[in-house]
Design a protein around this ligand. Structure first.
Ligand SMILES: Cc1cc2nc3c(=O)[nH]c(=O)nc-3n(C[C@H](O)[C@H](O)[C@H](O)COP(=O)(O)OP(=O)(O)OC[C@H]3O[C@@H](n4cnc5c(N)ncnc54)[C@H](O)[C@@H]3O)c2cc1C
Length: 293
């Protein structure tokens, strides 16, 4: 492992990615790194940059699909044990990239700060959520962000201010490789009211989405003014399966994996669903799920 000489404590070889994704699917990553500090992250980034080795950034793997053959290159996880700090001072909340989103929601609610209730029930890390501007019908994380700290692929660190970031529908214009952390401005509110809102969002999510199965959230983005789930439902694909992957009966925009599923099954099902929706409605469904290649 010459590439990572001196970093053996934090870099593993041929790590099965199925261990690190919500789908519990995916072959080995050639290298898998869990830096403990920003300096270690910088060293990994620089070595990859200088040797033209591809880097993949991993939070909790709740929005990705890794192929059965795995990925060559390095998967760098922003792990909660090393990048999981959350601090609250007045109305300002700071979170490192690996902090769990659910913990962030809980901690801010307990502190009587409103703004994160809309994120309840979304698994994953703060970094993953910022990267795709996670959210739902009640709002998104972008609306409470004040600034985002990032590191580019050559190891250069800088901060981006809210005014300079575009937060779109499940996307941002942040192109730096690593989100290191973010600062949020929340609004003081009655903890009782925040708690009620959290329960309301949670019940809605629990009743409409498969929360306890192997899936990765919504597979497709909603096309303008339409619901991807409704289109898939209308072509009669709820329950349809290819191998061990099937379209959720609870929400047609979710694909669930049974024990015998492979990533190939999911990919084939994704293509089949897209084709059927295209044929029937002349609509091209865009991916929300990040498919690694
Ligand atoms: C049951 C279920 C329900 C869900 N509901 C919702 C929902 O309501 N709304 C919603 O928006 N999403 C939802 N999701 C999808 C997912 O939970 C979110 O997108 C979440 O924000 C992903 O975070 P993660 O840490 O797991 O990211 P990962 O899945 O690990 O990564 C997602 C993407 O972000 C990148 N990334 C991750 N961390 C960083 C970082 N620190 N720096 C740079 N790039 C990074 C990855 O490279 C990848 O491209 C759901 C998923 C599940 C399984």
């Amino acid at each position: 492992m010459n590439l990572f000489a001196g970093l053996e404590e934090i870099v593993r070889e041929n790590e099965p990615m199925a261990k690190h994704t919500w789908f519990r699917l995916g072959g080995p990553a050639r290298y898998f790194a869990r830096p403990r500090t920003e300096e270690e992250l910088r060293q990994i980034a620089r070595r990859c940059h200088e040797n033209s080795v591809r880097m993949y950034v991993l939070g909790r793997g709740s929005n990705i699909l890794v192929p059965d053959a795995g990925v060559s290159g390095v998967v760098v996880q922003m792990y909660y044990k090393h990048f999981g700090n959350v601090s609250i001072a007045g109305e300002t909340v700071r979170a490192q990239a690996g902090a769990s989103l659910s913990q962030l929601v809980r901690r801010t609610a307990q502190a009587g700060l409103s703004g994160m209730e809309c994120l309840v029930g979304i698994p994953g890390t703060a970094g993953g959520a910022v990267k795709i501007n996670a959210g739902g019908r009640f709002g998104d994380i972008g609306s409470v962000i004040r600034s985002v700290r990032v590191m580019d692929s050559s190891g250069y660190e800088f901060e981006r201010q809210r005014d300079d970031i575009y937060f779109g529908y499940r996307m941002t214009n942040i192109i730096a490789k690593f989100i290191l952390g973010a600062e949020f401005t929340l609004v003081p509110d009655d903890p009782e009211r925040i708690g009620r809102m959290i329960r309301e969002v949670w019940v809605l999510k629990k009743n409409s989405q498969p929360m306890n199965s192997r899936n990765a959230g919504c597979v497709f983005k909603n096309p303008r003014a339409l619901s991807a789930g409704a289109l898939i439902d209308k072509v009669g694909l709820k329950g349809h399966h290819i191998g061990g992957a099937f379209v959720s009966e609870k929400h047609a925009n979710f694909i669930e994996a049974r024990d015998d599923a492979t990533s190939k099954d999911v990919l084939q099902l994704v293509e089949y669903v897209r084709q059927r929706v295209r044929d029937r409605f002349d609509v091209d469904l865009e991916m929300e799920l990040d498919i690694w290649q």
